[in-house]
Design a protein around this ligand. Sequence first.
Ligand code: SF4
Length: 465
Amino acid sequence: MSFPLDARARLTLPDAATLARHDAAVHRLRVERDRALASVPDLEALRDHAAAIKAHALDHLDRYLEEFEARARERGAEVHWAGDAASHNRIVAVLLAARGATRVVKSKSMLTEECGLNPALEACGVEVVDTDLGERIVQLGGEPPSHIVVPAIHRRREEVGALFHRHLGTPAGESDPARLMAAARADLRARFLAAQAAISGVNFAVAETGTLVVVTNEGNADLGTSLAPLHVASLGIEKLVPTLDDLAVFLRLLARSATGQALSVYTTLLTGPRAGGELHVILVDAGRTRLLASPVHRSALRCIRCGACLNTCPVYRRAGGHAYGTSVAGPIGAVLAPALDPDPAARALPYASSLCGSCTAVCPVRIDLHGQLLAWRREAPALPVGLRLGARVAGVVLARPRLFRATGRLLRRLWPLLERRFPGNPARAWLASRALPPHPGPSFAERWAARSAHTRPRVGGGDEA
Ligand code: SF4
């Protein structure tokens, strides 16, 4: 039996070349992150500070949510509360229907992915156009984003060219990034101008001022929300920070951790609607208060969606984001999914980790990601029967030294068989992408016994000179 992740990974990255390209592309982001953060003085203190602000905000979330709501209303925004994804989607649909809006532009928002907003609106006859370039690529390809910062990182430019040829009429075989980008821009520009409403995600929300903070590299959120008369902002309740000073701490970490930029190209602070426009903010729970109530898992809500843990994760890099089957992939996705995703298969995701701890090492807000994965394994065990049986047998063998030695001798004899990839060999899938280390020879205990016999001092012996 294999996890669904195995099967999905084979579909997403089907051959060694695709896998190696994906691995290298994602790892480049990790390298850029290291380079950018190396120049930040007192980086570790800054990370501690960021973690402390988030922990404080979560400990007092009720207060900060009410403060945000009051300030946002004072500045002219409407604030709605959504307990789950369905009610979030319903609120958006009602707002659009009340204004007869059927053409909508949307900037990148993992929350709307999590809520399944696009299909919900399309079912109501609304055309939703994703305006982030990566999001637009995956939308045209009919697939979900595979990375929270770089949604189309799994696609080669030749594949994007073929997609644009089909949907945007670019010349067949065109794969020049600049020309493809120009075609996407021209197509999107017309859609921005025709949009009757803009939907955006929110990176941070400042309680003391009722401000929404939207961070992009393309300015697409700014263009959409400046042109359309209605702006609907989808905001996860965990995105609250108390003050503008606190916000500055996260802005120093976010882009550096994500892509290695000192700052994203556009950091927009929206306080109230634009002149003549409407702003509706939907505060979404969708399982977050369940996490908040758990002393073990609460820290997962500190996440600022920088993607650094994905970029460093050996499983994510070799499996691809679609393998996870959730809106947020990688280590943080595997931590959030058991709480936020109703699909029972999500309980298996905490096993999609080598527990190497690299995710924890890079997280700018110090989420103990691999500790969280272990906690989920304890709380919601989802091991396949074969692995459960194996763990039980290992427990019996490891507790009995003589049995352990005998098993070791037997396995060393069977070693050559393990290396052969014959059908039915249980290690075949494992060996498909790994080489076995050389045969270990005698066991440590055997070597120790031989060495001790060789060097044992002779009783009553003296100098032989
Ligand atoms: S868990 Fe940490 S490293 Fe991963 S996306 Fe969130 S903030 Fe970034």
